[in-house]
Design a protein around this ligand. Structure first.
Ligand code: ATP
Ligand code: MG
Length: 342
């Protein structure tokens, strides 16, 4: 079983959700239910399994149900039908004290508008979660200092949020979320309010932190490039329904329908595709290749292979090796051109 299990969640907004639920279960879609009952379908039969330690991205157009989904994970809202568990524990069965403890101890949240407390300085914002948990001042300030330094803000401890740029405020938001050492980070459009360059820095920062911390991260975005860059897996929502869940390569190479295809059209494929996803696998009885120009690791992205291709001949073959340096496949120059031009 995966760490977070979401099973057959329906969320219907309106005065009598149960009445519209029957229609939804009968297969009526969001527009039809709105027309017939005046109810809005937020989520329609969504089931997801999220692994411990993975960065799981949820994406979709505005109104597709992304925020509704993440709000179920901290139980800001409850589903009309369905079940949700964390580590085997049914979070919908928690009473108020258990729910408060769950939110404080096991979840960290990072918001689009940073959500910092304006009258508290950086130190006191980052230490806030620990303060709520009753941690002594000395200990919480030591922990907060560590995280402030970790997100690159050492020296800013006594500044107030309005003295910081948006990017810096979101670093504080990230440090605050991490300070309580939560199991799960919930990030709803956390970088969407930032300038493109700052946003890209924050994505890199998050990936660096994640490589060390291995948190379970549920990250919401409407930007496919961001999803492909940071996501181990990506779920795509449309009108409250899940249309595809897959690794970045799967989304780009095998979009489930026209909606996903439309998202992927402008993607820079060289940043997403890796050697493994386009190689021809070797058969164990195959003869060694004699015209290999160079070797690459299975995880190498095409953007890193391209510069080397320039210096090799038309018929050159790239051998793909695994962690044990065994050749597991090969790529012809043409494979790369095809993959990029598709
Ligand atoms: N509290 C609510 N009451 C009524 N309808 C709601 C409520 N919250 C969300 N909805 C509806 O549910 C659907 C999904 O909304 P949601 O906010 O989850 O979308 P989203 O994917 O997060 O969009 P955005 O990218 O704009 O943030 C929308 O049709 C929205 O109108
Ligand atoms: Mg939203």
């Amino acid at each position: 079983m995966s760490y977070i299990e979401i099973r057959n969640i329906f969320k219907i907004f309106g005065p009598d959700p149960k009445s519209a639920l029957e229609l939804a279960k009968g297969g009526a879609d969001k527009d039809e239910i709105l027309a017939k009952t005046g109810h809005t379908v937020g989520l329609h039969d969504v089931s997801l399994s999220i692994e411990q330690g993975e960065t799981f991205v949820v994406m979709g157009l505005s109104g597709s149900g992304k925020s509704t989904l993440i709000r179920h994970l901290n139980r800001l809202i409850d589903p009309t039908a369905g079940s949700i568990s964390f580590g085997g524990e049914d979070i919908l069965a928690m009473d108020i004290p258990a729910l408060n403890a769950f939110r404080r101890q096991r979840l960290g949240m990072v918001f689009q508008r940073f959500g910092l407390l304006p009258h508290r300085n950086v130190m006191d914002n980052v230490a806030y979660g620990l303060e709520i948990q009753g941690t002594a001042r000395k200990d919480r300030e030591a922990a907060a200092s560590k995280w402030i330094a970790r997100v690159g803000l050492a020296g800013y401890e006594t500044k107030f949020p309005d003295q910081l740029s948006g990017g810096m405020q979101q670093r504080v938001g990230l440090a605050r979320a991490l300070a309580t050492d939560p199991e799960v980070l919930l990030m709803d459009e956390a970088f969407s309010a930032l300038d493109p360059l700052i946003r890209s820095d924050m994505q890199d920062e998050l990936m660096k932190l994640q490589a060390e911390l291995h948190k379970t991260i549920v990250f919401i975005t409407h930007d496919l490039d961001e999803a492909l860059k940071i996501g181990d897996r990506i779920a795509i929502l449309k009108d409250g329904k899940l249309v595809q869940v897959g690794r970045p390569e799967e989304i780009v190479l095998k979009p489930a329908d026209d909606y996903v295809q439309a998202f992927t059209r402008d993607v820079n494929r060289s940043k997403v595709l890796r050697a493994q996803s386009i190689m021809t696998p070797s058969r164990s009885e195959a003869k060694p290749l004699d015209n290999v120009s160079f070797t690459v690791d299975v995880d190498t992205r095409l953007e890193a292979i391209l510069p080397q291709l320039i210096t090799t001949g038309d018929r050159s073959i790239i051998a793909v090796i695994d962690r044990n340096e065994c050749i597991v496949g090969h790529i012809h120059r043409n494979h790369i051109l095809q993959a990029l031009s598709n």
